[in-house]
Design a protein around this ligand. Sequence first.
Ligand code: ZN
Length: 510
Amino acid sequence: MSVYPIDEMIQKFRTLTKQLSYYGEAIELMAWDLRTGAPRAAAPARAETIGGLSEISFRLGNSEEMEQCVQAILTAPEDQVDAVTRRMAVQADRSIRRSKQIPPDQYKEYVILTSEAESVWEEAKAKKDFTLLAPYLEKIIDTLRRFIPIWDIDGLAASHPYNVLLDAFEPGFTVEELDRFFALLQERLVPLVKTIASKSLPEQPWMGLVVPKDAQKTLNRTVLQAVGFDFERGRLDESEHPFACGLHNTDVRITTKYVETDFLNALYSTLHECGHAMYEQQIDDQYMKTNLGTGTSMGVHESQSRFWENAIGRSRSFWDWFFPIMSKQLPDALGGQGFEDFYRALHRVEPSLIRIESDELTYSLHILIRYRLEKALFDGSLAVRDLPKAWNDAYTEILGVTPAHDGEGVLQDVHWSGGAFGYFPSYAIGNVYAAQLLETMGGQIPDWREQVSNGDFSAIRVWLKEHIHTHGSAIDPKPLMERVTGSAFNPEGYIQQLTDKYSVIFDLNR
Ligand code: ZN
C-alpha cells in the first residue's frame, strides 16, 4: 500500500521520467555529434561521458523511488490515473522488470564485451577473417542465453528462447508466426525472383556517371522539401552510414551519404531516413519528454522508412512528377535514358550478396537468411564456428549466389557483434507493415497517385500522422496496425503487391 496520495506519486513519476528524457536527449545528441563531425581525437573522451550518463540514467530508471511510483500507479483505481500516465507506467514497468534482475556487474561486462566486439568486427571484416570475431560472438551468445530467462517476464522462452530477444524489438511476435511468414516468403518470392532474373537485366546507364556532390545535395533537398520533411524541426547532414536521430519532435536529424558515381543511392537513402524522421517529427506534443515520445517499435519505424522509399519513392506516380525535375536539375545524370527505360531499370532485380545494396524484391530474403541462422544459434542447433558455412549455404539455396569470402558473407553486418540478435526480423516486418498501410491508405485517399504525380504529398503525410505518427509509443505495434489496417500482421498483401508490381514492369503475365 502506498502511503502517498496517488496524485503525488503521479507527479513524482512524471518528474522522474522527464529527467530520464533529459539524459536520453543529451546522450543521443552526443552520439549524433560523434557520427557526424566530432574531431576524431574526441571519441574516447566522449564515449566515456556517454557511458557515464547512461549509467546515471540507468540507475535513475531502476531506482526504488521509480519502482514505488510505477507500482502505485499500476495498482491505483482506474479513474485516479489518466490514460497517458498509465501507459507510461506500463512501459516503465516492463523496462524495470527486464533490466533490474541482471546483476549490474554482469551487465557492465556485457556492455564492454559488445563494444570490444564491434571494433573487432571492423577488423575482421576488413581482413575477411571470421575466426577473429568468433570467440566474441560465442561469449555474446552465451551471455544472452544466461540473460534470456531473466528477461523472460512473460514466459515466452518456454516455446523458444529466441522469442525473448524478438520481443524486445517487436512486442507480440513469436518464432511460430515468423516461421510461417518466412516460409511464405520463400515459397512465393524465390520463384518470382528467379523468373525475373532469368530475363535480360535492364541497363542502368547512370551507374558510374559522376554527379558532383553539390548537385546531389540540391536534388535531395528538393525531394525532402516536397515530401514534407520539416527543416524548421530537422536537418540533413552526411555520415558514413546514413541514419535518423530523433531528439524531440522539434529536432529530428537525418544523414545521407553521397556516392558520386551512383546518385540514386543518396536519393533513396535520404528518402528512407526521411520516413523515419517524419514519424518522429509528427508525434503528438503530449508525449514529448516522456517514455512514449518515440516510434512504437523497430518494425513500425521501418514501415515508415520503407513506405517513403519504396511504396511512394519507387511508384510510377512519384517518377511522373520527379523525372522532369531531375532531368532539368541533372541533365547528364541519366546517360540519355528515357522515362520508360529508366523506370524499368529502377526496378532491376538481381540476387546479390550484400543486404544493404539489395533491391526491393530480394531484400526480405536477406532477412529470412539471418532469421533462420539467429534462431538456430539460440536453440543450439548451430555452433558459432559453423556459422560461415551455414551462411554461405543459405545464400546459395535462397538467392543462388555464394560469397567468395566472409567479408561479403557472414561479416557484412555490424548487428551481431553489438549483441543485436532479434533485430533483423523488424526490417521484413516493416516491409509488410508498409504494404498494409499503402493498401488501407489507397482505400481512404483513392486519388493519392494523382496527387503524387502533381508533387503533392500533403494528404499522405497527414494520413500517416493521424493514423501512426501522432501516437508515438502509446499503442503497441500489433494493436496499432490492427486498428489502422484491420490486421495485426498480413504478409499476403505485401507479397501480392510485389507480385503485381513486378509482373506489370517485367511483363510476366503475357
Ligand atoms: Zn531504416
